[in-house]
Design a protein around this ligand. Structure first.
Ligand code: XMP
Length: 538
């Protein structure tokens, strides 16, 4: 099935991916590509007739600092173009207008007056002034500004400090906005982007996860044929959804390998087996490698050394299993594909996009180079999807929402939540304490929003501190271990605030842990934000 599509050219703004997500929220398929693609590339991209519009992103740079320009073909295809911030400036400059540097940076909330009654903003306003002007509450972040409209353009929006805050050439359907419609601070941002892609570009809103299953299944079948596939299942969202999708497509031609390193959460291994083997009837090989991992970790205190051991052993164990499956036998011809849960942000970030971020959370299961080392072809059925789409797809495939909307869990697992040396005794205590914390986060609701505290936090867990403190229980003295509760709120995991959990919740959790987990007699709450602390303790 061919989808209409919107091309987003990335000039290096931190929020380019948000543009793509907003377009997809309008159920229109969109792709992000670096701004330095050539005109030939653009013409080739548009050849199938599915390209309905182009969006030029913002940039962290000034048009005077860098020479990034949109490929000329963008303005020659006859499709609508929307320039955002830097995108508007380069559009203005390339089409014969003027851009001037400014000493004054405008950053943050602004009220913009809509002008010119253009299609993009028609009937979209946050409020109307006494004089009857439609006003928009927007997010601005720029230094340079357009000072002269290109021929054919009229003024679409203005603020006192930025007289040309928006411009439009309605004959060619070219629009530019100095503010950022993709961020939620721009109240009518989604309405503007919807207007652009649905009404101005007239793109068909056919990007729907429920319907995507059938399409993805077809694609997997075509790619795989009658060959066999191996997938490393971790219990995380991406590998779980990939497994469910591939299993839907090719059933028993898929074998999942689930390496249990003994550092998973309480009952997690059993739950993964119950879901995939029990409910989906997928073939899953569970490798119980906990003794191997604990053996290798004995006596190791340094966090980075622990990470390396866990990551390294994981690859070794997985490779051994994969080699067996590749060799075939017992009615199997041998696997030729390795499936991975790579998602679209990974693709954008490794594809030379300007917005490449320095730090990304990599699952240690998506180990680069593994398919080549194993001599297997790569199958990545989620590589077009954003995380929220992966989750939606997972639910549509029948995975339980609790699994699909779970907080992220680091590859090294409890290995980085037990400070210093990892011991089985510590892991067992930690698992039980952590399960209580998570259970109560799911039980407690915030009255104002009606949401549970699990949903109100981005990541929450318990950390084991291998120190003992004195306590009193009944008539006796105790001398037991300490745990710390950690709960954070964040949108990108690069910075995070500690969550202001209700005291009643903390009280319940601490009471239960101390009463139910013998061996722990003290519970603390971590009130450090990131930076300067990190989310995990190691
Ligand atoms: P920090 O502790 O750096 O964590 O603030 C940020 C996010 O990354 C996760 N994290 C990891 N994930 N392997 C992973 O797969 C790791 O080694 C690892 N270390 C941290 C952490 O859980 C948080 O979501």
């Amino acid at each position: 099935m061919q989808h209409d599509k919107i091309l987003i050219l990335d000039f290096g703004s931190q929020v380019t991916q948000l543009i793509a997500r907003r377009v997809r929220e309008a159920h229109v398929y969109s792709e992000v590509h670096p701004c330095d693609v050539t005109s030939e590339w653009v013409r080739e991209y548009a050849k199938d007739g599915c390209l309905k519009g182009v969006i030029l992103s913002g940039s962290h740079a000034s048009v005077y600092e860098v020479d990034d320009r949109a490929p000329d073909a963008v303005f020659e295809l006859g499709v609508p173009v929307l320039g955002i911030c830097y995108g508007m400036q380069t559009m203005a400059q390339q089409l014969g207008g003027k851009v001037e540097g400014s000493h004054q940076r405008e950053f943050g909330y602004a009220e913009v007056r809509a002008r010119g009654h253009v299609d993009l903003l028609k009937d979209i306003a946050d409020f109307t002034t006494a004089e009857g002007h439609g006003m928009l509450k927007v997010w601005m972040s720029h230094g340079d500004k357009v000072t002269e409209l290109p021929p054919g353009f009229k003024l679409m929006a203005s603020t006192p400090s930025c007289p040309i805050a928006g411009m439009a050439d309605e004959a060619r359907h070219f629009y530019g906005v100095q503010f950022h419609p993709e961020v939620t601070h721009t109240v009518q941002g989604q309405a503007m982007l919807n207007r652009f892609v649905l009404e101005i570009c007239k793109a068909r809103p056919d990007w729907v996860m429920r319907d995507h299953i059938e399409e993805a299944v077809q694609k997997i079948r075509e790619q795989v044929g009658d060959e066999e596939v191996i997938l490393g299942l971790s219990g995380g969202v991406d590998s779980s959804v990939a497994a469910a999708l591939i299993h839907r497509a090719i059933g028993d031609q898929l074998t999942c390998v689930f390496v249990d390193h003994g550092l998973l959460r309480l009952n997690e291994g059993d739950m993964v087996m119950e879901m995939f083997e029990g409910k989906l009837h997928a073939k899953v090989i569970r490798v119980d490698a906990s003794e191997l991992f604990l053996g290798k970790l004995a006596g190791v205190n340094d966090p980075e050394a622990k990470r390396k051991i866990i990551g390294g052993e994981f690859v070794t164990v997985f490779k051994q299993e994969a080699a067996k499956l590749k060799a075939g036998g017992q009615g199997h011809k041998g696997a030729t594909f390795l499936a991975q849960g790579t998602i679209y942000p990974d693709v954008i970030e490794s594809g030379g996009a300007k917005s490449k971020k320095a730090v990304t959370i990599k699952s240690h299961h998506n180990v680069g180079g593994l398919p080549e080392q194993l001599g297997l072809k790569l199958l990545e059925p989620l590589r077009d999807l954003f995380k929220d789409e992966v989750r939606e797809l997972g639910v549509a495939l029948g995975l339980p929402p609790e699994m699909v909307y779970r907080h992220p869990f680091p590859g090294p697992g409890l290995g980085v939540r037990i400070l210093g040396e990892v011991k089985k005794e510590y892991a067992d205590l930690l698992r039980r304490a952590d399960a209580i914390f998570i259970e109560e986060l799911r039980n407690f609701r915030d009255e104002a929003s009606g949401k549970t505290w699990y949903d109100l936090t981005s990541q929450a867990f318990t950390v084991f501190l291998p120190v003992k403190s004195v306590g009193v229980m009944g008539d006796g003295r105790t001398y037991d271990y300490v745990v710390a509760l950690r709960a954070v709120q964040t949108s990108d995991f690069m910075t995070a605030d500690w969550a202001e959990l209700p005291y009643a919740l903390l009280k319940k959790v601490s009471g239960r842990i101390i009463n139910e987990v013998r061996g722990i007699n003290r519970v603390t709450y971590d009130v450090s934000s990131k930076p300067p602390a990190t989310i995990e303790w190691e």
